[in-house]
Design a protein around this ligand. Structure first.
Ligand SMILES: *[C@@H]1O[C@H](CO)[C@@H](O)[C@H](O)[C@H]1NC(C)=O
Ligand SMILES: *[C@@H]1O[C@H](CO)[C@@H](O)[C@H](O)[C@H]1NC(C)=O
Length: 253
């Protein structure tokens, strides 16, 4: 579902009959209202917990005040459930993950801006993330938000599983909301993608994804992985990761 974001500007251009440059036309891929109701949410995102999608169970994926909460709760330590996927690890937390229904494909004829505001836990064993991962193979992957149990956000771009550029930026531990933004444009070689990463509207780093042009990417928000790279043991209580004002726009075609 695609909404024209810049209707007013388009009408103004039409009215005054000045040049209309297609490269400047912006299309809203995900509007900032996508967390305003469950029905709007479900038209832009698909979500799951460890047991698969259940649109009536909001214990791990919840909306309130146009804000998404992903909520991780410890499972029973006595007999933890195990994953159905090989090698069937024990699941220590029940939590949530959502994917944008629209895949994001950067080409030489477009550019994407992805932004939102995040209240991200940084306690040991909590691993919230906001990232793009290839639909067809891995990598490409680029991480706009990744917090691994310390007071840092990691901006990452993977060319291969071992060739990765990471830029750590300090992140407040008080659960206050801060803005993150990534602007993705194709390089002139028609193969690589340049990614400018911002925090609170200040450019923090520019990274380059090799061969990312033309590769469809999922946009994912998750708290599905706890512990692991974020350390152990994870929290004994509930962990909540919040996101609001998330928006994806595309210029060009
Ligand atoms: C979905 O969640 C609701 C509320 O927790 C529950 O009653 C229902 O059985 C669940 N449905 C499935 C298919 O698991
Ligand atoms: C990934 O590839 C791009 C394009 O070739 C290059 O500019 C960048 O430096 C590479 N990243 C790393 C970490 O080597």
């Amino acid at each position: 579902m695609i909404f024209p974001s810049n209707l007013k500007a388009t009408l103004a251009l039409t009215a005054t009959a000045i040049y209309f440059h297609p490269a400047h036309a912006a299309t809203t891929v995900i509007p900032s209202t996508s967390f305003s109701s469950y029905s709007t949410f479900e038209s832009f995102w698909w979500g799951s917990d460890h047991n698969g999608r259940n649109s009536t169970d909001h214990s791990h994926i919840a909306l309130a005040s146009s804000t998404l909460s992903l909520i991780a709760t410890p499972t029973s330590n006595a007999v933890p459930p195990t994953s159905t996927a090989n090698p069937n690890p024990a699941i220590h937390y029940a939590s949530g993950a959502i994917h944008a229904q629209s895949q994001i494909t950067v080409t030489s004829a477009n550019a994407y801006t992805i932004s939102g505001e995040f209240s991200s836990p940084t306690a040991v064993g909590t691993w919230p993330a906001f990232f793009q991962q290839a639909v067809n193979s891995w990598p490409p992957e680029t991480d706009i938000g990744e917090w691994k149990g310390t007071a840092n956000n990691w901006f990452n771009t993977f060319n291969t599983s071992s060739i990765v550029k990471s830029t750590l930026v300090s992140w407040p531990t008080d659960l206050s909301f801060h803005a993150l933004k990534a602007v993705l444009t194709a390089e002139s070689n028609g193969a690589d993608v340049k990614i400018d990463f911002y925090m609170d509207n200040v450019l923090q780093t520019t990274q380059y994804g090799q061969g990312f042009v033309g590769q469809p990417l999922w946009l994912i928000i998750n708290l599905q992985q706890m512990e692991g790279s974020s350390g152990t043991p994870g929290p004994s209580g509930t962990t909540t990761y919040k996101v609001r004002n998330l928006e994806v726009t595309r210029s060009g075609s």
